[in-house]
Design a protein around this ligand. Structure first.
Ligand SMILES: NC(=O)c1ccc[n+]([C@@H]2O[C@H](COP(=O)([O-])OP(=O)(O)OC[C@H]3O[C@@H](n4cnc5c(N)ncnc54)[C@H](O)[C@@H]3O)[C@@H](O)[C@H]2O)c1
Length: 333
């Protein structure tokens, strides 16, 4: 669908993900893009590189640029207050994951955003692996889902070798940690298996890389469908891995990042293999994600990953993060 020329898109936060979205919006044909970035060096570099207008504070940028859409790509603790500024100014909003670092303000955002299109970043849902897993689950290819295991690991010090990870938002006790960084995996568990509550969490600090935040966690969820899922995340394990195994009453679905999705019978014999497209470029999932969001805005249709879904994933993440073992059933819809 061609992008409407009426859109004026303001990106709040010109760091790694804000820069990516601004460049992708331009690739998708959006002509009026501005970025608000408080760091003067980054701001000047972005303005020059992308040839766009830049601002140094969120309220001023919204007043002067009058965006129809705001992309909230600032550090996590800024997401809710900045999304509130956006929807109060009648803009639609794309909010990067996680929705927030705390539940405070998320209910108010839900109320104020009524009538606006709001989507929470969920780029993994647009990756061909999880997308195929979801399609197979929904088609009943493996029967009714009984158990899921979803895992992700990526070594934080390797994420951006040019920056010191100890000063990143990931290292900040208020808004950092592996559980919030890998909230994609919680979102996928809810997407695959439906609403859930946290039953148990084993969380370990990232002491081996010199941080006090959670570095790895195993979370067990009970879904209202009767299925259970186990989610393992780590940013202290070296290397990169991502994948899942879904066990159903009629078979098994297994996804491995970079390889593809395998559908197996109950006895383990292969039924079908769906390889990852050759030379798949990870930026593709971000392009597909924002193209979908722009389509929702155009059609005034609810995004499949809105504030309700963002709150559900956040509630589980926070219960695990804060060692709340007494949340059985609380998050069940
Ligand atoms: N979906 C994904 O794959 C994905 C990937 C990376 C980050 N994220 C999320 O996006 C957010 C930003 O992450 P990042 O990796 O781009 O971080 P980053 O540190 O690279 O960039 C954040 C930028 O925000 C700027 N900033 C600081 N205070 C601000 C404020 N009050 N308003 C606006 N900008 C402000 C910083 O100067 C910095 O340039 C985080 O919440 C993170 O969880 C999502």
């Amino acid at each position: 669908m061609p992008v409407s020329p009426r859109h004026r898109i303001l990106v709040l936060g010109g760091g790694s993900i804000g820069r990516r979205h601004a460049a992708n919006l331009s690739l998708l044909g959006v002509r009026k893009i501005a970025v608000m970035e408080p760091d003067p060096v980054k701001r000047a570099a972005l303005g020059k590189e992308l040839d766009i207008e830049t601002f140094n504070d969120a309220s001023g940028a919204i007043a002067a640029f009058r965006p129809t859409i705001v992309f909230v790509c600032s550090p996590t603790k800024e997401h809710v207050p900045q999304a509130l500024l956006a929807v109060r100014a009648n803009a639609d909003a794309f909010i990067e994951k996680p929705l927030s670092h705390a539940m405070e303000g998320t209910g108010e955002l839900e109320r104020v955003a009524a009538g606006r299109i709001v989507m929470i970043g969920c780029n993994m849902r647009f990756h061909p692996g999880p997308r195929k897993v979801k399609e197979l689950i929904d088609s009943g290819a493996a029967g009714r889902v009984v158990r899921a295991h979803i895992h992700a690991a990526s070594y934080l010090p390797d994420w951006r070798p040019q920056d010191d990870y100890r000063s990143s938002y990931s290292a900040d006790p208020l808004q950092g940690g592996a559980i919030l960084d890998f909230i994609h995996e919680i979102d996928l568990a809810l997407w695959y298996c439906g609403p859930a509550a946290l039953l148990h969490a084993a969380v370990e600090p990232a002491a081996e890389i010199g941080l006090t935040v959670d570095g790895k966690a195993v979370m067990k969820l009970g879904h209202s469908s009767g299925a259970s899922s186990e989610i393992s995340v780590s940013f202290v394990k070296k290397g990169y891995e991502r994948g899942c195994t879904i066990e159903g009453t009629g078979g098994r679905i297994a996804w491995e990042y970079g390889k593809g999705v395998r559908l197996e019978r109950k006895d383990g014999s292969a039924m079908e293999f769906f390889p990852e497209p050759p030379h798949y470029e990870p930026n593709r999932m971000y392009l597909d994600e924002i193209a979908y969001f722009l389509e929702c805005v155009e059609n005034r249709s609810t995004a499949f990953s809105g504030i309700i879904e963002g709150k559900a994933a956040l509630a589980i993440a926070l219960a695990a993060r804060h060692g709340n073992r007494d949340c059985r059933g609380r998050n069940l819809a």
